[in-house]
Design a protein around this ligand. Structure first.
Ligand SMILES: NC(=O)C1=CN([C@@H]2O[C@H](COP(=O)(O)OP(=O)(O)OC[C@H]3O[C@@H](n4cnc5c(N)ncnc54)[C@H](OP(=O)(O)O)[C@@H]3O)[C@@H](O)[C@H]2O)C=CC1
Ligand SMILES: O=C1CO[C@H](CO)[C@@H](O)[C@@H]1O
Length: 314
């Protein structure tokens, strides 16, 4: 089967070799044999590249279970972890990432780490403080991507938070900056006042919630879509149309949903705490959905929202 269509924005940076040469600081060799990295990546409007698949860690506890999931993801070839201050697991994610980098001798810049500013911390100073707090929890010097988790209802506060992100990027505390849960009105307002155009808008999107209008606006401004809840939280994996496509392609229903999103150029953030699912969720770049399959999935639209759309989102 041919691989999914590669869009002009898709790039394959030289990040596909994992060094396991280095031994641990205690002199022992790592027992695991990590897979090579998954090289599917997307170029952002700031010139940075972002791995197209991330492990999402919403609801993952701040302890060993999450460390194991993050390690399993990195071993499976993921190079992107999507956390948030709100998820309260930045410490566990940071521990696992730092340990994995050390064990495999991989440079920091080969793993892409995202966190998000929580709603209670909007405003210039609180945003700066929240970002430093997140860095402290991860034990990292910089984040690859820092997002406004949801738009504040207060126009000025929202712009102040964004100005803080712009400055943090200038100071090297985060390489890319973006937003999440921004609808058309919030995006347009931000674009009127911002110096830096957000690199991404992280929103819920899957075949059951396709959000074409918002996607078009993001495309127009070269803002990439990060698809959250790309598995519709597991609630649509038994949909008979998805199951039929899975059988046709000898794939899992989850892989069908993820391929649908990735083949549109989205960055996909499936969450799982199960090593076998973490691994299989990444095996989505070796097949293509044909026009007939895409029509079946287009017809799945039912405005199915699993999370909570912000009240001004469309
Ligand atoms: N910016 C925002 O406001 C939001 C961001 N997000 C981000 O997106 C990520 C993903 O979204 P999320 O809402 O967690 O939901 P997902 O759509 O990723 O679904 C996760 C659920 O699906 C299950 N699952 C995962 N893989 C499989 C599989 N192959 N087969 C069967 N079941 C599977 C998981 O269970 P199990 O763990 O047991 O495998 C879990 O219950 C979040 O973790 C977070 O990083 C999410 C919501 C909002
Ligand atoms: O990231 C998140 C996970 O999902 C939650 C809703 O179900 C959101 O509130 C939050 O923004």
């Amino acid at each position: 089967m041919a691989p999914i269509a590669v869009t002009p924005d898709n790039v394959s940076p030289e990040r596909n070799t994992v060094s396991v040469k280095k031994v641990l600081s205690n002199g022992s060799s790592p027992e695991r044999t990590p897979r090579p990295s998954i090289d599917a990546a997307v170029r952002l409007n700031d010139g940075n590249t972002i791995p197209q698949i991330a492990l999402g860690v919403y609801k993952a506890p701040n302890g060993e279970e999450t460390e194991a999931a993050v390690t399993a993801a990195l071993d499976a070839g993921y190079r992107h972890i999507d956390s948030a201050a709100r998820y309260a697991n930045e410490e566990a994610c940071g521990r696992a990432i730092r340990r994995w980098l050390e064990e495999t001798g991989t440079p920091r810049d080969e793993v892409f780490v995202t966190s998000k500013l929580w709603d209670a911390d909007h405003g210039y100073e609180p945003t700066m403080k929240a970002l430093l707090d997140s860095l402290d929890k991860f034990g990292l010097d910089y984040l690859d991507l820092y997002l406004i988790h949801s738009p504040s209802d207060d126009d000025q506060k929202r712009l102040d938070s964004w100005r803080a992100l712009e400055d943090a990027q200038k100071f090297g505390k985060c390489r890319s900056i973006g937003v999440s849960n921004f609808g058309t009105a919030h995006l347009q307002h931000l674009l009127e006042h911002a110096t830096v155009i957000p690199a991404v808008n992280q929103i819920e999107i899957h075949p059951f919630l396709q959000r074409e209008e918002l996607v078009e606006i993001c495309k127009k401004h070269n803002i990439k879509i990060e698809a959250y809840s790309p598995l519709a939280r597991g609630n649509k994996l038994e949909d008979e149309r998805v199951v039929k496509l899975a059988k046709k392609h000898n794939k899992t229903p989850a892989q069908i949903l993820l391929n649908w999103s990735a083949s549109r150029g989205n960055i996909v953030l499936p969450k799982s705490m199960t090593a076998s699912r973490i691994e299989s969720n990444a095996q989505i770049f070796d097949f293509s959905l044909d026009a007939e399959d895409l029509k079946v999935l287009a017809d799945c639209e039912e405005n199915y929202v699993t999370g909570s759309l912000h009240k001004t989102e469309d």
